[in-house]
Design a protein around this ligand. Sequence first.
Ligand code: C5P
Length: 249
Amino acid sequence: MTTASHPVETSYWVIVPAAGTGKRMGADKPKQYLSLAGKPLIQHTLENILGWPGLTGIVVAIAADDQEFSTLVAARDPRVHTVTGGTERADSVLAALDYLSELATPETSVLVHDAARPLVHKSDIESLVVASPTALLAQPASDTVKQSREESGKPVVRQTLPRQQIWLAQTPQKAPLQMLREALQAGLAQNPQAITDEASALELAGYAPELVPACRSNFKVTHPADLVLAEVLLQHRQTLEQLQSGTEQ
Ligand code: C5P
């Protein structure tokens, strides 16, 4: 049944690939479990997702030897499910889609979101949910964009690219369940190196996902300095929320 306040087409599942090791962070544990403002990074991300309007549930892909996920507060929420992830990010997403296909219809809208993006804004999620059936959050390039080549072992500028058409892909990335499952299966069979996000699999399958502009705060925590920046932004957000709730009282 469709109602004006909560139309069926705006409900969706979220998949969170969190089976990676986060090697670029150089830490002794996978980056999704590194501490951010006193809580594991992934706890912030899941808390954020659990507050998104229209959410049906979350499937988190975790490593086969994961010891930490079950200790999270968010893991106790009945809307949070887990599956064992795969070798690459795309394999982890596919494992979650296989699991989800037992619970949801082939047309169900699925949003895939990185465990390492705790700061996505709710307003960006609202824009993504009402965008085309295949869509992703992305950041229009604001710097001048250079393409490089190698000279004497160093990168040098090959050319300057027109930045008007350059976007940096973020997550969530949205698609109907079965469409994304088939696109990932075909992409992994055809050219696994080219499948670095969900949109790239959809593009290979002939779709043109819509680019939905997102806030800069939706960056992926990748390097140690990103944790510091994320902590500052989280504290700022908490202060703002406290001020807002204080004003409402
Ligand atoms: O390493 P990178 O930051 O690109 O990983 C993006 C996301 O994909 C992370 O949340 C990571 O945990 C996840 N991932 C996964 N399975 C893998 C590799 C990465 O779920 N085999």
